[in-house]
Design a protein around this ligand. Structure first.
Ligand code: NCD
Length: 482
């Protein structure tokens, strides 16, 4: 499959072969850059960088990459205030305008799913440079490139993800890629900042993989025992930082085992700008610092990685360690983004095998199309932020032979388990026939996907003139489930 004209919104848009192709081309670009060769593959082409959030590495390396390819850049470094977004212009309109000035658009936005909207509306390639806490696929390309350079492979490597695994978008893209490449993923999240359920479910259902999670009790005792972390004295409650893992389906691993196994530790900062974090993770003071004492617990050759910027979770004393590769990760941004840009613009061509199999192996049997009914539950999803022109797009997933209905937002990947369903057809205009049913009833299989209406609540169903079926009433009163 060719890369020309495609978008990169999620790392899962590329197959493993395609990712390998980008990394190989980046390697060639890197050598050419080091030899001081002129590359100029994109002469006459223009890139627009549309950044609604701060950035140093990502925007800097995209722009440097385009310059090194001989192209030009139209830069909106503060798109939130300096583009017409400040006057209320939508993402869809902004990119439809920009596409007539640029051959490729790179977008960073605080809303989950914003890059998908840009890709849907701009008929030039769109690259996601980070959308809310959703994904950051080009950072993952840099991370994979670094791992391959340093360790020579991805398959079989053990990577320990550390910190804010809930809102850290780099981690979400990385976890998909590592699981797919056959690496082992270990998670050490801060309390309340665990890998989101839909990400876990997706890697489980699509790649048949489940990461291991460090035991919270181990972490607590570890803190006391080895004095490995700096705990801010004004935050004593942070000793409980590693508890509250109960809700996750991940198998547990001891911290010693995790540290012993890790080929790389991927440290992340707390994403203080995002979401509804618990108050005790609000400040940097609540974060154990990875420092030289901590490093002594790891294998000698364990890489220390970080997407940067760091706050106080990674000690400066590690900067000169041979295994600290975080500045290298950032430096690789230039050849990686050169390779990606050249490929999407069709200036370089690598044919890779066609994608095989379905991407959603949980029978994604249709997109939910009704205008009424459920919406994405994520308030930060672009479909809720720009709802005046975006219709919610939800993939219907039926699991395990269909006993429960799960919807996944096409923009932000959030999932929901709506309680009620109805048909837009059967009542034939007769009000008393307008019935709604429990979403786990056999009616789910009876109603054709194109007629299916899904409701968040009984109140919503009733507001649209639907009455509960007899079975639904019985169920709601504590009787047998249908
Ligand atoms: C990351 C981001 O923006 O998500 N930065 C980056 O692009 N390297 C990580 C972060 O901000 O913590």
């Amino acid at each position: 499959m060719t890369f020309a004209g495609r978008d990169l919104v999620s790392i899962t848009d590329f197959t493993n072969e395609e990712i390998e192709a980008v990394l190989d081309l980046a390697n060639q670009m890197d050598s050419a850059l080091k030899k001081g060769m002129e590359i100029e593959l994109c002469k006459g082409k223009d890139m627009a960088t549309l950044f609604y959030e701060p950035s140093t590495r990502t925007r800097g390396s995209f722009e440097r990459a385009m310059h090194k390819l001989g192209g030009t850049v139209i830069s909106f470094a503060e798109a939130k205030v300096m583009s017409s977004a400040a006057k209320g212009e939508t993402i869809a309109d902004t990119v439809r305008v920009l596409r007539s000035y640029a051959d490729i658009i790179v977008i960073r936005h605080p809303w989950d799913g914003a890059a998908k909207v840009a890709a849907d509306y701009a008929d030039v390639p769109v690259i996601n440079a980070g959308d809310g806490s959703h994904e950051h696929p080009t950072q993952t390309l840099c991370d994979l490139y670094t791992l391959k350079k340093e360790k020579g492979r991805l398959k079989g490597l053990t990577v320990l993800l550390w910190g804010d695994l809930k809102y850290g978008r780099t981690v979400h893209s990385l976890i998909y890629a590592l699981a797919r490449f056959g690496a082992e993923v270990l998670c050490a999240p801060l309390q309340g900042l665990d890998v989101p359920g839909p990400v876990l479910r997706r890697i489980h259902s699509e790649y048949n993989y489940m990461p291991e999670r460090v035991k919270p009790d181990d972490m607590t005792s570890m803190i006391g025992e080895v004095d490995a972390f700096y705990i801010a004295p004004f935050k004593p409650y942070n000793l409980a930082l590693w508890s509250d893992f109960d809700s996750s389906p991940c198998p547990e691993i001891s911290i010693r085992e995790a540290l012993r196994k890790a080929d790389a530790i991927y440290v992340t900062r707390v994403q203080t700008e995002r979401g509804d974090r618990p108050a005790d993770t609000e400040s940097d003071g609540g974060y154990p610092t990875v420092d030289s004492k901590f490093l002594s617990q790891l294998k000698k050759k364990t890489l220390v990685m970080h997407p940067l910027p760091r706050t106080n979770e990674l000690a400066y004393e590690l900067d000169d360690y041979p295994t600290s590769v975080y500045f290298q990760q950032a430096a690789y941004g230039v050849p990686i983004r050169m390779a990606l840009t050249a490929l999407l613009l069709g200036a370089s061509n690598i044919e890779t095998p066609e994608r095989t199999g379905v991407s959603l192996s949980d029978t994604a049997y249709d997109n939910y199309k009704q205008v009424i009914g459920v919406k994405c539950p994520n308030a930060n999803c672009v479909s809720n932020r720009e709802s005046h022109y975006l219709v919610p797009k939800l993939n219907m997933l039926k699991r395990n032979g269909g006993e429960s209905l799960i919807l996944r937002c096409v923009y932000c990947d959030h999932e929901m388990h709506p309680p009620y369903i109805a048909s837009s057809e059967w009542h034939q205009g007769i009000l008393k026939n307008k019935k709604y049913y429990s979403s786990d009833s056999f009616m789910l299989d009876r109603i054709r996907p194109e007629n299916l209406i899904i409701f968040d609540s009984a109140k919503e169903a009733q507001a649209h003139g639907f009455m509960p079926s007899k079975r639904t009433v019985k169920q709601r009163n504590g009787g047998d489930a249908t």
